[in-house]
Design a protein around this ligand. Structure first.
Ligand SMILES: C[S@@+](CC[C@H](N)C(=O)[O-])C[C@H]1O[C@@H](n2cnc3c(N)ncnc32)[C@H](O)[C@@H]1O
Length: 305
């Protein structure tokens, strides 16, 4: 579907709301920044959509930004159904929508709060919320609320930055975020090409601005479908959520995907929370696994395929 076709749609969905809680209209345009290839809410003109269903994101600034964008693009009288798990912003959703001048109908179901509003004629505070959640330059790098560790260097990333030796050849940065690891990798003149891959469009937009090196190829994609092969190296700080089982599965998926993308003898440099049990999957997939640093609850591992 062309961009023009998507932007002419009149219904949209942000994220993947549980179907048991709320059903987006058939054919709704996906507008989540975490869905590679989706349209961006930012690209819709003011007052064009009839309805929007949003699984609201967890960060306060990011959520207010997304809600304000949703109200901006809805027609007067258009319907916004926003929901979130109670402990991930759901309990604040109703109040947040009221501050935009909406009259909120709120229900609770399966640990979620579901808020339904019709877009008022003159919502208040949208510009401010959009300004507060917009991309910006911080410490010389582009970033945006909602992106991983958007306003500070993550301590795990910092440990990998310190530990990483100069690399060589063709490689990838899986889950590149705004491009901090990539900038370090590209300091090595022997690096011929680096693919930066992330699921988050906001991170990719920032990485494109931060990493202007011609050897960098920045892609908005799921690294599990990136189709990379025969790489000399992969660097990564794999994603983790705050639930134990999910933490493991995500990181282990990243490790297996890294092995699949590497040539024999290629190297993976990885940082992870010390408590995450990656050693088994690493030793199963790689010929040699060497711990290289351990500090402040994080570990850096070098694994050779
Ligand atoms: C822990 S952060 C690390 C970001 C960056 N490398 C850093 O060190 O600051 C993990 C990153 O992986 C991305 N991510 C999560 N799942 C992904 C997937 N399936 N494919 C590509 N990127 C993914 C997230 O959006 C996030 O930016």
């Amino acid at each position: 579907m062309t961009e023009t076709t998507v932007l002419s749609k009149t219904t949209a969905v942000y994220g993947e709301p549980p179907p048991a809680l709320v059903a987006p209209a058939a054919g709704a345009a996906q507008v989540s920044p975490l869905s590679p290839g989706a349209a961006a809410l930012e690209d819709f003109a003011d007052e064009t959509l009839e309805s929007l269903v949003m699984l609201a994101p967890p960060g306060t600034v990011e959520r207010r930004y997304a809600l304000a964008q949703a109200l901006r693009v809805l027609k007067v009288g258009g319907r916004l159904s926003a929901l979130a798990p109670k402990d991930k912003g759901g309990s604040r959703l109703g109040k947040e929508l009221e501050t935009f001048g909406c009259t909120v109908g709120e229900t609770a179901k399966r640990h979620h709060r579901i808020c339904v509003v019709t877009r008022p004629e003159a919502p208040s505070g949208l510009d401010q919320a959009i300004r507060e959640g917009a991309p910006r330059e911080l410490g010389g790098l582009w970033t945006q609320p909602g992106v991983f560790s958007w306003d500070r260097v993550d301590p795990g990333t910092a440990l990998l930055l310190e530990t990483l030796p100069p690399l060589a050849g063709v490689g990838a940065d899986f889950g590149c975020g705004i491009g901090l690891l990539a900038l370090k990798v590209l300091e090595a003149p022997a690096v011929r090409q680096l693919s930066l891959i992330d699921l988050d469009r906001r991170a990719i937009d920032a990485a494109r601005r931060n990493v202007s090196d011609p050897r960098a190829d920045v892609r908005w994609a799921d690294m599990r479908q990136a189709g990379l092969a025969d790489l000399d190296f992969v660097v990564m700080n794999p994603p983790f959520h705050d639930g134990g089982a999910e933490d493991k599965a995500l990181g282990q998926g990243f490790i297996r995907a890294a092995r699949a993308a590497l040539r024999k003898g290629g190297v993976l440099w990885l940082v992870a929370n010390r408590h995450l049990p990656y050693e088994t999957v690493l030793t199963e997939a790689f010929a040699k696994v060497t711990p290289r640093a351990d500090r402040g609850g994080f570990k850096v591992i070098e694994a050779r395929a």
